[in-house]
Design a protein around this ligand. Structure first.
Ligand code: MG
Ligand code: ZN
Length: 223
């Protein structure tokens, strides 16, 4: 019985990878750079995306696909900042997005008029790392309220990401959080991981993040 369950799971994953491959080809052809943004619940990624849309949507066009288990609250918050599409995927209990959901969402998005696509994955640091959505890259967000050992507890997420955002740095004066230790932990898992230190609340560190996105949208990816 156990063997058979593994077969089914492998087939589902293989089908997902095929669809992700198609999504990637479609986005590349349209000149759209997509980011799969992953985090645990409460890291502040919706606020970070709200700020990003408010700052940059006019400049080059951004669409968002949000995944939520039961609500579309995040999509509603984000939709206030853009005329372009914010597509809510309510997963109905599933703890990650899959490539089929992205395929369907793309049908509703006018790819001609955007340069960046954010996929706000379901808040969960475990299985989203295993599901290719056809993104250009994965970005992991965590916050200074979560503990420096997060990268060691959820290594796959940090392995798969090329950039990490350490958010809520405005709270550092009130916490014992050791930023250098957190970064060192992450780089034990992934030596090439690049960090942005941000406070979506105060705006600290956001100019560097915006500059990175401008370069990405211009088609000159930075390392
Ligand atoms: Mg959110
Ligand atoms: Zn899951």
């Amino acid at each position: 019985m156990a063997v058979r369950q593994i077969d089914v799971r492998e087939r589902v994953m293989a089908r997902n990878d095929e669809l992700a491959h198609e999504v990637r080809a479609r986005l590349t052809a349209a000149g759209v750079r997509a980011f799969n943004v992953m985090s645990s619940p409460g890291s502040g990624k919706t606020l970070l995306l709200e700020r990003t849309l408010a700052a940059l949507d006019e400049e080059f066009g951004i669409a968002v696909i949000t995944g939520d288990i039961q609500t579309q609250n995040d999509a509603d918050r984000l939709a206030r900042h853009t005329d372009r599409l914010v597509h809510a995927v309510v997963t109905g209990g599933a703890c990650h997005l899959d490539a089929m959901q992205i395929t369907r969402s793309l049908d509703a998005i006018d790819l001609e008029h955007i340069r960046l696509l954010f996929i706000e994955n379901v808040g969960n640091l475990v299985c989203p790392a295993s599901w290719d959505l056809g993104e250009a890259e994965k970005i992991v967000v965590f916050s200074v309220t979560e503990g420096e050992d997060k990268p060691l507890k959820y290594p796959k997420m940090f392995q798969m990401a090329r950039h990490a955002i350490l958010n809520k740095i405005d709270l550092l004066p009130h916490l014992d959080f050791d930023v250098d230790q957190a970064i060192a932990n992450a780089r034990r898992i992934n030596p090439d991981l690049q960090f942005f230190l941000t406070s979506a609340r105060t705006g600290e560190g956001l100019p560097e993040w915006y500059q990175f996105l401008r370069e990405q949208a211009a088609g000159t990816p930075v390392s």
